[in-house]
Structures are given as C-alpha cells and as structure tokens.
Design a protein around this ligand. Structure first.
Ligand code: GUN
Ligand code: ZN
Length: 434
C-alpha cells in the first residue's frame, strides 16, 4: 500500500496528563502555530510548524486552517443509540421517564430497518459534534448493535457498544431472558469484538432490570473473552438507589451488587454515580473501574450533582458522558458547559484544561485506550478535530477579546457546540465537514 502522508497546520492543543495529578501547566501541550503529520491513519509527528516543516519533503500536502484549533477527537463514555428519537422528553425523573418515554422508544428497534436508519443518524450526529469514540448502549435487540457496528465499520471508527441485557422490571415486549441475553451477547462478541477498531461491551442495563441469574451470566461472559468492556448505570437517582436496596437486601449497597456478580474491573464503566459514597468510590478505584460523568442528563432528569472532587480524591477514572436521550446534547462542548455549572453549584471549579482532559485523555483512560486515542501523540490513531473560532458571530467576537489559550478554551466550551466543529477526522479520514 502506498504511504499516504498529510500534514495539518493550525493552533494545536492536547492534554498529556490529568491536571489533578500534575497541575495545570504540566497537563497540556499547546502549539500556537503547530503542525500535525499523519501517515496512513496514524499521527507520525506533532510540533511547532517552524521546526517540523524543514524535516518534511517539499511536495507534502499541507492543509492550513486559520483561526482554528486542532484537538483530539472527543470521547463520549456514555450514550444510548436507541434514545436518539426521544431527546428532551418532558417532565419526569428517572424511573417514570424510563417507563413513559424510554422503553416505548427503544421498542422500535425490533424493526431492523428502523435500527439501521437511526444508527446512520446517530453516527452522523456523533461526528458532527466531534465525538470520534463512544461507549454506546444498544437496545435489547441484537440488530441495534449490528446496525451500529456496520455503520461504524464503514467509516473505520473506534467504537464500543453492546446489546442491553434486561430480563425483569421492564415491559414484556422489551425483555430477554438470562439465557437468551447470554447467547445473543456471545454471538455479537464473536462477530464484532476486535474487528477493526470495534470493541464489545457486556451491557446489563442496571441492577433493577436484571435477575441474579442474568448478572451471573454477564460476569461469566466477561471472563470468556479478553478485553471485553462492561457498561451499566449506578446510583443515578435516589429512588433508584432505594429500589436496588429492596431488590438486593442481602448486599451492602448498590455497588456491592455489581461487585458480587464480578462486574467491576479495568474495562467497566458505570454511568452517573451521583449518589456514590466514599467507600464505593474507593472500591471502584481499587478495581480500576471508571465512572461516566453525565452533567446534562443529571440536571435534566433532576438526578443530582456529581462529586468530581471526591472521585479525584480516590484517583477514580472519570470520563464524560452525554447520556443522550437522558442527556440533552450530543455535544461534549455543551456537556462541559453544564459540567462547569455542576461544579459551581458545589462550590468547586472546573478548569478548562481539566475539562479538555475529561473530554479526551480522561475518557481514553477510562476506556483503557490511551495508547490509541485521546491525545495527538505520535503513534496514536489520527482521530482529531478542527474547531472554528469563527463558528458564530458571538464566538468570533468573544474570542477576539481572549488573552490566552486558557480563556479561548473556556469560551469554546461555554459558547461552543456542533457549529464549532468544522472538520472531524477519524483514522486520518475526513468523516465530517461542516
Ligand atoms: N438507568 C437505567 N436505564 C437508564 C437509561 O436508559 N438512562 C439513564 N439515564 N439511566 C438509566
Ligand atoms: Zn444512560
């Protein structure tokens, strides 16, 4: 195969460490006039244009973006494909919201053509918003995952997804059985896990909708194949937490249910965790598990405020999740806008560099993919974005007043959304152009 080499010149910014561990200044690299070189879908060099240009052949194709910032692609560690059609459903908190809106909407995925149509819309929406990797809940129907992976494979995206396992406390039209969920998940794993840049996640919806038998089989599956993911929900809503105590009186608490069924581990991602206690954060950290912080959802469903400082105290891996359709935006920029406010309401700060970390390298670490995505380090996948400083008249005017990259970054996260993402590249290919 001939070498395809391209270079991109612009301001370039990426996270290289967690500000909570190394301090803000050591957590990022910024090149005011930077150059990113891509060879065959991977980043081969990153640096100051003035230094790198001399080392490149004269005939290399260079795309020069003015008034723009190149960053790594965003990583969404929690989102639901079959809830694309119900974003912004009025008036309920979690448990009523599930029964009133979510389950009927997900039932439409029994129709294969519907699943294919929504998978296309969903992936376009991810890319329009600059999300190049997501950890995705399908519906209970295996075809939701087949439709999603087929669409992701065509674009060579790095994506993770799984079929929901749910065998109780949901309508009959939407439940599987412990055995059928095991067999269907296994068939999906055999077909997709490790194919190209795709990975499978064993996906028990949450403790209340799985019997002990189903949770046992979910834990068993995780032991049968290497590097499988596990995704579920935890401690999102106070009524939900009480319900789990009633359903599993023999366990110490919500996390202990998952722990008992061997669902914790380095590739396990628990969505929300708004009402986790100190001991639970410690246990999550000890097992290398991660939490997806989903601020737009937590505010929209009135669930509560995620305690990021507590997670940091325990060195718990945290990624950012949109949680569409409980969340209200596919945009991780808008998600960070709300994350900042969630911290403000708790008397805490969220620095723009911590925010950048959460949306990129922090998400990659939560997914154990930091060797491949989340930064612009040479040797990693060329998944990156071009953010346009002139995306809207207000953004353009506001950024002209900016005195630093910190201020520019913070304003991008406050005013930015899908309009800010001018181009999205995945594995070096242009997969979205505004
Ligand atoms: N808990 C169980 N299922 C769901 C879901 O679909 N969305 C959210 N936000 N929480 C859940
Ligand atoms: Zn969710």
């Amino acid at each position: 195969m001939p070498l395809t080499r391209k270079a991109y010149r612009a301001a370039i910014l990426h996270s290289i460490a967690d500000p909570a561990e190394v301090g803000i200044e050591a957590s990022y690299e910024y090149f005011e006039d930077g150059l990113l070189v891509v060879d065959n879908g991977q980043i081969s060099a990153l640096g100051h244009a003035s230094e790198l240009l001399a080392s490149l052949p004269a005939n290399i194709e260079i795309t020069h973006y003015q008034d723009a910032l190149i960053t790594p692609g965003f990583i969404d560690t929690h989102i639901h494909l079959p809830q694309t059609g119900m974003v912004g459903a009025y008036g309920e908190q979690l448990l009523d919201w599930l029964n009133t809106y979510t389950f009927p909407c997900e039932s439409q995925f029994a129709d294969r053509a519907h699943a294919e149509e929504v998978a296309e819309i969903f992936i376009k929406e991810l890319l329009r918003n600059g999300t190049t990797t997501a950890l995705v809940f399908g519906s209970v129907h295996p075809q939701s995952v087949n439709a999603f992976f087929e669409a992701a494979e065509k674009l060579d995206l790095r994506m993770i997804a799984g079929k929901v396992m749910m065998d109780r406390n949901a309508p009959d039209y939407l439940t599987d059985t412990a055995e059928s969920s095991y067999l269907e998940s296994k068939a999906l794993i055999e077909r997709w896990h490790g194919k190209g840049r795709l990975h499978y996640a064993v996906t028990p919806r949450f403790a209340p909708t799985s019997t002990p038998e189903q949770l046992t089989l979910a834990g068993q599956l995780l032991g049968e194949y290497p590097n499988l993911y596990m995704q579920t929900h935890i401690s999102e809503n106070l009524q939900e937490v009480e319900w789990v105590k009633e359903l599993f009186p023999e366990r110490k608490g919500y996390l202990d249910v998952y722990d008992h069924y061997q669902l914790l581990g380095e590739r396990s991602v628990f969505a929300h965790g708004v009402h986790l206690c100190d001991d639970e954060c410690a246990r999550l950290a000890q097992t290398g598990s991660a939490v997806a912080f989903c601020p737009t959802s937590n505010l929209f469903l009135g669930s509560g405020l995620f305690n990021l400082p507590m997670a940091e105290k325990h060195k718990l891996n945290v990624g950012l999740g949109t949680d569409v359709g409980g969340g209200t935006s596919f945009s991780l920029l808008q998600t960070l806008n709300e994350a900042y406010k969630v911290m403000q309401l708790q008397g805490a700060r969220l620095s723009p560099f911590k925010s950048l970390y959460l949306a990129t390298l922090g998400g990659a670490r939560a997914l154990r993919l930091e060797e491949r995505i989340g930064t612009l380090q040479p040797g990693t996948d060329a998944d990156f974005l071009v953010l346009d400083y002139n995306a809207t008249p207000l953004l353009s005017y506001r950024l002209k007043q900016s005195k630093s990259i910190a201020e520019t970054l913070f304003v991008l996260m406050t005013l930015g959304d899908d309009r800010t993402v001018a181009q999205t590249y995945a594995a070096g290919n242009l997969v979205h152009q505004r």
